[in-house]
Write a protein that binds this ligand. Structure first.
Ligand SMILES: C=CC1=C(C)c2cc3[nH]c(cc4nc(cc5[nH]c(cc1n2)c(C)c5CCC(=O)O)C(CCC(=O)O)=C4C)c(C)c3C=C
Ligand SMILES: [Fe+2]
Length: 432
């Protein structure tokens, strides 16, 4: 559950005063703009331009969809996640291109709080938008698209004429010691990450994008995720994971463009120029044995992460954001932060960094064990997984004390596409 970045390019809500879909409806009723409702129906009602009917009022909670980078990477984490991994069934490159064009249009509309497609009002046709987000605020919805290795080549087949564009970094992750991966949580041709401050808004986004993809792509696996809501934590402190620890304290600073260029954004000259301004996303579905954890002592728990539970401070330190001193000894002359502590191993020599943007999940019961199926959908972004996530996970998989309490069940890597401008479409540099 990684925290709080805010990128100056993407994140500033473009308007200052809130006009939710509901407010527009109210205003329409009060201000006598019923004609508008009759003329353009829900689709029209929800369009940004229609906010002019409420002069002076503007919309909040909108994160722009268009831009140099896709939103949902350096964006401050929203309360909820709906993540979907899809398999492409389209028969041709043209169909695939059309899919990305349709998705772009729909995603741009939904992030502005608009419905998908025009409201036809035709009683003999299914409505274009499924409707469950009508009346809801845009809720800072971001929709982020990524492509997996098999979109470029599957079983030696160049399915969409993309083989020559495959970046060498985009491949299945190596099998790490202790991995217990299941096909049902692995891989995918395309991923869509929908984050919002309302789960119904996230779900609506994925549902409508999957609906648009009918005949061209199907869901392979999906996962919801959550963290404490901003309403529950108005101070917006670092969220706690399901083991009760602050999670997301040490993360690259998304406000610093140079840091993002070094660690997160793929640069032209890195190998695949069409992917410049995109980022590699690694996803791991990590089940956490919360019942086992709950029976372990506070000292064991703190030694596992190398941090104090209450304050989030590194062991031997006072405050959450104190710089960890890995040479510090405890009263017995032992390292204050144990050599197998998660944060110590993840940190390494500090040269590799990743931008973590994970969410907790809770999916009922694990039928095999009768315990909770709960954990972390670990998501991170980086410029080069071979230099960043992979060596880090190799260290963790070998020695991390956290491995006593977790198991990696799912794994995937996607290349998150560069952003696009109005008139373009997500993926345009891949297909041009
Ligand atoms: C390979 C990358 C990582 C995986 C997989 C991972 C899983 C994982 N982590 C936690 C909880 C915490 N992680 C913390 C720090 C931390 N974790 C990683 C990487 C992976 N974690 C990094 C790079 C760091 C920062 C290291 C540093 O330089 O200090 C912490 C400490 C607080 C914090 O900084 O966020 C916690 C807590 C869980 C529960 C988990 C899988 C279930
Ligand atoms: Fe971690």
């Amino acid at each position: 559950m990684e925290k709080k970045p805010q990128s100056s390019t993407e994140e500033s809500s473009i308007f200052d005063k809130k006009v939710s879909r509901r407010n527009v409806l109210k205003t329409a009723g009060a201000g006598g703009v019923g004609m508008l409702i009759g003329a353009s129906g829900i689709g029209g009602l929800l369009s940004l331009s229609d906010t002019t009917v409420t002069k002076g009022e503007t919309i909040k909670d909108v994160i722009p969809f268009y831009g140099k980078h896709q939103a949902g990477i350096t964006t401050e984490t929203q309360n909820h996640l709906y993540f979907a991994s899809l398999e492409v069934t389209a028969g041709s490159r043209e169909e695939l291109i059309q899919l990305f064009k349709d998705w772009t249009e729909a995603a741009a509309a939904m992030t502005e709080g608009k419905a998908v497609g025009d409201h036809s009002g035709n009683h003999f046709l299914p409505p274009k938008d499924t409707g469950e987000a009508a009346g809801l605020s845009p809720s800072n919805l971001t929709i982020t698209f990524g492509v997996g290795p098999e979109l470029f080549e599957k079983n030696g087949k160049d399915r969409f004429g993309l083989k020559g564009k495959k970046p060498k970094e985009l491949k299945d992750l190596p099998k790490f010691p202790l991995d217990s991966l299941e096909d049902k949580w692995n891989g995918g041709d395309i991923c869509i990450q929908a984050c919002a401050d309302d789960l119904q808004v996230s779900f609506h986004a994925i549902r409508n994008l999957v609906r648009i993809a009918r005949g061209k792509a199907v869901i392979h696996w999906a996962q919801t995720g959550f963290q404490r809501t901003k309403q529950a934590d108005s101070k917006k402190e670092t969220p706690r994971n399901l083991f009760g620890f602050k999670d997301g304290t040490v993360n690259p600073n998304v406000q610093k463009e140079t840091e993002m260029d070094q660690q997160v954004w793929i640069q032209s000259g890195d190998g695949a120029d069409w992917l410049a301004d995109g980022s590699y996303m690694v996803v791991r579905r990590v089940q956490m044995y919360i019942e086992v954890w709950d029976r372990s002592t506070l000292r064991d728990q703190e030694n596992t992460f190398g941090r104090h539970r209450d304050s989030g401070a590194p062991l031997g330190h006072k405050n959450e954001f104190d710089k960890a001193d890995y040479n510090k000894k405890d009263e017995n002359g032992q390292p204050a932060i144990p050599t197998n502590a998660h944060m110590r191993l993840a940190h390494g020599d500090g040269k590799q960094q990743i931008l973590r943007r994970a969410y907790s999940y809770a999916d009922g019961m694990d039928p095999q064990t009768g315990s909770f199926d709960a954990g972390l959908l670990f998501i991170c972004f980086q410029r080069n997984p071979e230099k960043q996530f992979i060596p880090m996970q190799q260290r963790l998989a070998k020695n991390d004390k956290l491995n006593e309490y977790t198991v990696h069940k799912g794994s995937a890597m996607f290349a998150c596409l560069p952003g696009t401008q109005k008139g373009g479409y997500i993926g345009d540099t891949l297909f041009s």
